[in-house]
Design a protein around this ligand. Structure first.
Ligand code: KMH
Ligand code: ZN
Length: 305
């Protein structure tokens, strides 16, 4: 059987990193649009999008902060638009799903469990100047702001509200328990096959970025979902490229982008999203696989198109 092509998703800006961490992180409307188009041109067939407040780069779920760049992206590329429902950690599920509800994209994220959630400052530290943080202030005193809440009620609210829009979910699974949550939700009829799972490694609070863990997550998903799922891998931080490479060799799809990692190689910041897409595309193709076009991604993932 011919090997299925590899879908590259690019997550352009996210909500975890701050503009103080890298000059390349886009947060104005123009920059988000430009980097999204460059990423599509470089080979990304899916663009996973968050909005930010253009003044200070803080995460935004305000539809007024999506409206200036979404139509520009849709006009200038046929890449699949995927809108985040992750928003930021302190927001309610209603606020988080509002952009997807308003713009009804082909895809949106669906986070599959509650957890502690942060960028891993130690795993991504290459010099003493990197990623300074204050354990007492950032993690102990502000620990309520490190909880990413995705209870079953939240998941149901998101699924029920978005159901009429026929949006394909990118099921974000940050640990093996989230696969079991997803299976449970399928068993009770909340989500229907075929599903698309994003295996996520390297978030502080989730499963670590070791290849063993990728094999374990894949084996678990095979057991739980059989042929009813497609999958992709996202390594947060410095593990991004090696996990994406391994995933593509295992027959999976890949996600890169500055939402997930600011680096292009060990300790070196990426100049932009397109550089990461070009790098993983080169690796995927050098190792003998083919990259999917947006329409091929639509077919593989059974999108509304
Ligand atoms: N902002 C987050 C806490 C998603 O796009 O759905 C995680 C997140 C994932 O945003
Ligand atoms: Zn996201």
């Amino acid at each position: 059987m011919a090997r299925q092509k590899t879908i590259i998703t690019c997550a352009i800006t996210g909500a975890i990193h701050t503009p103080t961490m890298s000059d390349a992180l886009p947060y104005t409307y123009d920059d988000i649009a430009k980097q999204a188009l460059d990423a599509a041109e470089a080979g990304a067939s899916i663009l996973h999008l968050h909005a930010r407040n253009p003044e200070d780069g803080s995460p935004s779920v305000n539809t007024d902060d999506f409206a200036p760049f979404l139509p520009r992206i849709k006009q200038a590329t046929d890449a699949v638009v995927n809108i985040s429902t992750g928003g930021s950690l302190t927001l309610s599920i209603q606020d988080r799903i509002n952009p997807a509800k308003t713009f009804s994209p082909e895809m949106c994220s669906m986070n599959m469990g509650s957890m502690n959630f942060s960028f891993h400052p130690l795993a991504n530290r290459y010099s003493d100047d990197d990623w300074k943080f204050d354990w007492e202030r950032d993690y102990v005193k502000n620990s309520d702001q490190n909880i990413f809440r995705n209870t079953f009620r939240d998941i149901k609210e998101a699924a029920d509200t978005l159901a009429p829009h026929d949006i394909k979910f990118e099921h974000e699974c940050y640990d093996v328990g989230h696969l079991y949550n997803l299976k449970f939700c399928m068993d009770i009829g909340l989500f229907k096959a075929p599903i698309f799972i994003q295996f996520i490694f390297g978030i502080l609070g989730g499963i670590g970025p070791e290849v063993d863990n990728l094999v374990f997550m894949k084996r678990t998903a095979d057991r739980l979902f059989g042929d009813d799922y497609r999958w992709s891998v996202l390594g947060a931080g410095g593990a991004q490229m090696n996990l994406a490479t391994t995933a593509s060799q295992m027959g999976g799809n890949v996600r890169v982008g500055l939402e997930d990692s600011l680096f292009i190689s060990r300790g070196k910041l990426a100049e932009g999203n397109a550089a990461q897409v070009a790098k993983i595309r080169r690796i995927v193709e050098d190792l003998g696989a083919e990259v999917a076009t947006p329409d091929e991604a639509r077919e593989i993932l059974d999108l509304k198109g």
